[in-house]
Every structure is written in C-alpha cells, then in structure tokens.
Design a protein around this ligand. Sequence first.
Ligand code: NAD
Ligand code: IPM
Ligand code: MN
Length: 355
Amino acid sequence: MKIAVLAGDGIGPEVTAQALRVLEALALPDLVLFEGDVGAAAYRRHGHPLPPETLAMARAADAILFGAVGDFSCDDLPRHLRPEQAILGLRAELGLFANLRPAAGFPGLEHLSSLKPEVARSIDLLVVRELNGDVYFGDKGERESAGGREGWDSMSYNEAEVRRIAEVAFRAAMGRGKRLCSVDKANVLETSRIWRETIIEVAKDYPEVELEHMYVDNAAMQMVKEPGRFDTIVTGNLFGDILSDQASACVGSIGLLASASLGERQTEHGTFGLYEPIHGSAPDIAGQGKANPVAAVLSLAMLLRHSLGLEQQAGWIERAVEGILDDGVFGGDLGGSASTGDIGDAILSKLQTMS
Ligand code: NAD
Ligand code: IPM
Ligand code: MN
C-alpha cells in the first residue's frame, strides 16, 4: 500500500506531521510512504507548484495525504504558477471529481460552535461537492472593456458531469438519512438549470431518497438557522467550497473538518483518493504551533477507510479525536491553549487505549 504525502505550505506540514505520527502509531504492515513537493515550496524548488515528479508519485500511489497549499509571496505570480494550481491540478489530472466533506457536531462541544448550542447540537451533514468543473475550470481571462480591464470566468456543467456527482450523492444519501438537498442558483444561472434538471433525472433511480432543491443563498441562511434540516447536500464546485467552510464554523472550527476527493479508479482495497483538511495554509498562524491538526488526522481516517479498506483503524482514530475533544484538549481556534503537538500527543495517547 503506497501513500503519497504532499504536505505543502504554511500549516500544511505542521498538521500533516501529526497525522503521520498517528499513522506510524498504527504500525500498519506493507505500507510505504513517499513524500513530494507541492505548492509554493515546490515552486521555489522546481519552478512549478505541481512538478511532474510529484504528479507521477501521486498517480502511482493508492492514496494521497495532502496538507495545504498557498503563500502570499506567490500572489503576484501568473495564475498557472500559483500554489493553488497544485491542488486544482491534482484534482483535475487524477479525475477526483467527488469531494466528500462531512460536518458533524462533536457531542458535548456544542458551546464551541458559532451557533447557539441547541442549534449546533443538530448538525450532522455531508457536503458532496463536485470538484472537476464549474467556474473553477471554465475558460477565463482578461480583456479590455469600456470600463477598463475586465476579468472574466465562464461557468458551466454538462449533463454527464452532473450525473456522475449526482450518483455519488444519491448513494451517499442512501447510506445516511436518505434526504438529499441539491443546492444551486437555478433562478438565475443556466448552469444551474441543467444541474437541476439532471439531478431530477437521476433521482428517478433513487425513489427512497427524499430530494429537495434549494437556492444557494437560502441554503447559506438555512445552514446557520437550522443546520439539522440537512442530511446530504450535493452542489457544484464553488457553492460547495463556500458552504463547507461555513459548515465548519457551525461545528466549531475549520480546523476540525476533513475531506476525501474521490474518482472512479479502484485500488486493491478501495477507491483511489486524495485526503485533505478543508482549511488552507493559514499563513496568519503558520510556524507558531497554533494549528489544529484534527482536520488532518481525520483526513487520514478517511484515507484508511476509503482507499485502504481499514475501517477499524479509521474508527479508532475518530474515537481518539472525539475522546480528546471530550477531555477539553483545545487549541486556540476553540478557545484553548493546546499546541499542534499537544493535540497530536493527546490523540496518540488516546489511540493507545484502543488498538
Ligand atoms: P485558511 O483556511 O488557510 O484560513 C482561514 C482562517 O482559519 C485563518 O484565520 C486561519 O488561521 C484559520 N485556520 C485554518 N486552518 C486552521 C487550523 N487547522 N487550526 C486553526 N486555525 C485554522 O484560508 P485563507 O486564509 O483564506 O487562505 C490561506 C491560503 O490557503 C491561501 O493561499 C488559499 O488559497 C489557501 N487555501 C488552500 C487550500 C488547500 O490547500 N486545499 C484550502 C483553502 C485555502
Ligand atoms: C479548498 C480550497 C481550494 C478550492 C483552493 C485553494 C483552490 O479553498 O480546497 O477548499 O477552492 O477548492
Ligand atoms: Mn475552500
């Protein structure tokens, strides 16, 4: 079993280091780790945020453990050389079109949410975000206009793209509460009209799933008003990006939420995928031991479950994380004073009581 470790920039290496300590503690047999450069770190060393050797390493692996990319020093680079192109390039090149972003409250920690505790208590949702299309990957550019320089980006989804993410979302909903909310902006966007019509088509194959459609502005409002109404959400690349950061604050912190990015390729024990926290490189706290590594550690749990078929070990990690949060081991993002390493230590000692 091969894991490519791409830690990246800012807090990426700090949180990934804690996930790797957890992985090491599991002492899995037949596991080989490869480390590669991505993001600003790779740009500095190789002149490109996603060097060909990193892409080849990622392709050859069964799974990728990704940290984060992004660095303000690169803000003025041409777009194709910006660190963010590394993660966008991996998602596109590896056909990772389905991004699963679970957001569930940790029992007893409702007071850490940005919402009222009684509202936060109800959160248990999954955002299924399409990851290979939308305005992210449409043609874009700059042109002259009567009003000066004009930036433009084109948004599109075709039926095949919507159908394949819809299949993932309906199947996910079948394994959860059998309720699916498709989030779009069909009252304004043609992209969303095709999106909605295609979702309705696919729904015919899943009669047990209760489907609703919601405009994204209303969805953003409902997520803070009554997040418990959501079970599974399916949406496009841009709306899913925004709603998942919002969901993290409803749970408590962006430092808590993990993600899996999956495609069609199967590995010996599961599905090939890339696993990363939903947060970024957090340059404001990088290098200070302040980053919450929980999202990275939970991303490792998702990797073990989805790509390596190690459900038991994934469960141990998740219970260890729940355990340390229940013990009140919090970093600054949750109003505590534990450092990144302290949180890693606490997870490791909880884990020892399990395996
Ligand atoms: P961010 O997620 O990096 O940070 C947003 C805020 O959340 C910051 O205040 C940060 O300190 C805090 N935060 C994030 N992760 C945390 C953690 N684990 N523990 C405690 N606090 C945490 O988003 P941003 O500031 O908008 O972006 C910073 C850079 O990261 C940009 O270059 C952006 O493009 C990039 N980015 C990369 C990814 C990725 O690699 N997948 C995701 C999002 C943003
Ligand atoms: C994320 C990030 C990325 C995205 C950026 C860094 C390209 O925000 O993974 O959520 O927008 O998908
Ligand atoms: Mn994001």
